[in-house]
Design a protein around this ligand. Structure first.
Ligand code: NAD
Ligand code: IPM
Ligand code: MN
Length: 348
């Protein structure tokens, strides 16, 4: 195809700031390939909710389903903003999109470019991907509270894990591992305590591994995985894990590979029954919003993941190469959001 019908959801806080730079780079990268980019902006997020009371109306969701892909910034209110219920937008917009569009592969790559930016003294070579399950786990909102507000309150939050849901994401992780050099999958879970879900994940990995004799695999409990993420991150190639463990381990992975400002992600529907959505791992960063301080690199790399998904690997590699060149030159000099975007765009 020679055109991309893109939905853009800039969102709140630094979301619009980093998305402006990602679009700058994306437009230039696809234009060089003769591809036409048609962007439709959607006003959604905490700000939109405050103005209209809308989270994600059905007609907007239906409209989004017609696009080729979604580029998403970040959503979320500032802490202490009591006008908006905590997490409402995250659940009713972001998670609703991931669930409704069946984004079962939440792909989060981590690479250390040079050694610049890692807080680790001897980081070694870090190059792994986390395949985080995106539609199940404790994120499904399956819980409740009895006798709320009393001393006898009982709150539950049930993690949902289906054989179908676990198998498809585990198979995706093995496929990705099979295409990589080291061909190694690490299941991260906590089956010593989370017996039912943990054993479903473990059995599924054992079964799917039979289909991929070229791929080796091992297992780490989530707590131990956080140790190795800091002491020996080079050991990881492909991590497959559930929705919540994946959320936590990918912020840590971002921290050891140069910071949350570099971490990209894709919420991917591998069956292509709905558009996939690409977004930085970070949130709306209310502490730095509106000051031009946000690093747009994560959003720019997310645009490269988007191009890969839509079948433009050439343009994706150009963006990645320009990012690597820029990141390797960083020496601690503070640059504005748009200065970083301009430099990467110029490097294409
Ligand atoms: P956060 O990721 O927004 O910020 C954590 C820290 O990282 C902050 O100090 C922030 O300034 C810094 N940071 C984040 N992105 C950065 C960037 N591009 N460049 C430089 N520094 C950056 O996480 P939080 O503070 O826990 O959450 C803030 C809000 O965002 C909350 O409402 C939360 O629910 C929401 N959130 C949304 C998403 C999303 O939309 N995908 C993801 C995470 C959090
Ligand atoms: C992320 C975020 C979201 C998550 C929140 C905002 C719902 O932290 O994308 O990592 O937990 O998945
Ligand atoms: Mn997160």
């Amino acid at each position: 195809a020679s055109s991309i019908d893109l939905a853009v959801i800039p969102g709140d806080g630094i979301g619009p700031e980093v998305i402006a730079e990602a679009l700058k780079v994306l437009e230039k990268a696809v234009a060089a390939e003769g591809v036409e980019l048609k962007s439709t902006h959607y006003e959604l997020g905490a700000g939109h909710w405050l103005a209209t009371g809308e989270t994600l109306p059905d007609h907007v969701l239906e409209d989004l389903k017609k696009r080729d892909a979604i580029l998403f910034g970040a959503v979320g209110a500032a802490p202490g903003d009591t006008r908006i219920p905590s997490g409402l937008i995250e659940r009713e917009l972001l998670l609703k999109l991931r669930f409704s569009l069946d984004h079962y592969v939440n792909l989060r790559p981590s690479r250390l470019y040079g050694t610049v930016g890692s807080p680790l003294a001897n980081p070694g070579t870090i190059d792994f991907i986390v395949v985080r399950e995106g539609t199940e786990g404790p994120y499904v909102g399956n819980g409740g509270s009895l006798r709320a507000g009393t001393p006898h309150e009982v709150a539950t939050e049930v993690s949902l894990n289906t054989a179908h849901g676990v198998e498809r994401v585990v198979r995706d992780a093995f496929r990705r591992a099979s295409a990589r050099e080291r061909k190694h999958v690490t299941l991260v879970h906590k089956h010593n305590v989370l017996v039912y879900a943990g054993h479903l994940w473990k059995r599924t990995v054992e079964a799917v591994a039979q289909e991929f004799p070229e791929v080796t695999h091992d297992y780490l409990h989530i707590d131990a995985a956080t140790i190795f993420m800091v002491t020996d991150p080079s050991r990881f190639d492909v991590i497959v894990t559930d929705n919540l463990f994946g959320d936590i381990i990918t912020d840590l992975a971002a921290a050891v590979t140069g910071g949350i400002g570099l971490a990209a992600s894709g919420n991917i529907n591998m069956d292509r029954t709905a558009p996939s959505m690409f977004e930085p791992v970070h949130g709306s960063a209310p502490d730095i919003a509106g000051q031009g301080k946000a690093d747009p690199t994560a959003a720019i790399l997310s645009a490269a993941l988007l191009l890969d998904h839509l079948g433009y690997p050439g343009a994706a590699r150009k963006i990645e190469t320009a990012v690597v060149a820029d990141v390797e030159k960083r020496d601690g000099t503070v640059r504005s959001t748009s200065a970083i975007g301009d430099a990467i765009a110029a490097g294409l």
